[in-house]
Design a protein around this ligand. Sequence first.
Ligand SMILES: Nc1ncnc2c1ncn2[C@@H]1O[C@H](COP(=O)(O)OP(=O)(O)OP(=O)(O)O)[C@@H](O)[C@H]1O
Ligand SMILES: [Mg+2]
Length: 219
Amino acid sequence: MVKPFTRRDFVKGDTDILRKGRWANSDLYRYQHGPGVWVVKDFLPCHPLVRKTWGRFFAKREHRAFTKLEGISGMPEAPFLMDDYAVCYKFIFGKTLKEMPPELISDDYFFQLEKLVGLMHARNIVHLDIRNRENILVTDDGKPALLDFQSSLNLEHIPKFFHKLLIEIDFSGVYKNWHKVKPQLLDDKRKAFLDRLNKKRSLWLFKGYPKLIRKERRK
Ligand SMILES: Nc1ncnc2c1ncn2[C@@H]1O[C@H](COP(=O)(O)OP(=O)(O)OP(=O)(O)O)[C@@H](O)[C@H]1O
Ligand SMILES: [Mg+2]
């Protein structure tokens, strides 16, 4: 496959920083290339030890997840690896769920998000970081989109015994945000599911950066 652009194009090109990473995170750029607007998630600025191990691993893992999810509306489109350290995909116009005022979110938004998560599971991907409202977008046309598949897992590589719990963790992320943003629309059944999962939270595998190693974002 011919890549839409190379690192050389990117370095010379028209870029905006979306987010600076911490010591073990990528920097995220918005990059205009011809008519296309892209996200470049780049581990190159990390220390070589981080970039060559963790960075390479996470860029590849996210790219694999995006590739498995291609064609589902609400998932990042046209993913490719620019090189070993950067995964790229189409920019999605919208706001994160954290930034979006609840009154501007439609009443069927969370039903659509729940459906989107179901479609993702049907492709054997679990996200595992849906609780974070910065990983969810409300697109300019009011639809849900999911970002940040860095903690995702391919269920084909996980023993069957764990599948149910991992799938439930994702749905509990949907219902946690639903409860926060549109509590009046979260029915008793989903609320009971959320309460049950919250009790199991001590088993959580991924909670972001532990405080001790968090450190500052790059300047
Ligand atoms: N395809 C995209 N379209 C629009 N905005 C995006 C896209 N990808 C990322 N962003 C923006 O960049 C932010 C960070 O993206 P992402 O969560 O993938 O990176 P991250 O390095 O994992 O960051 P963090 O560690 O803070 O979660 C998102 O919250 C969103 O605001
Ligand atoms: Mg994120």
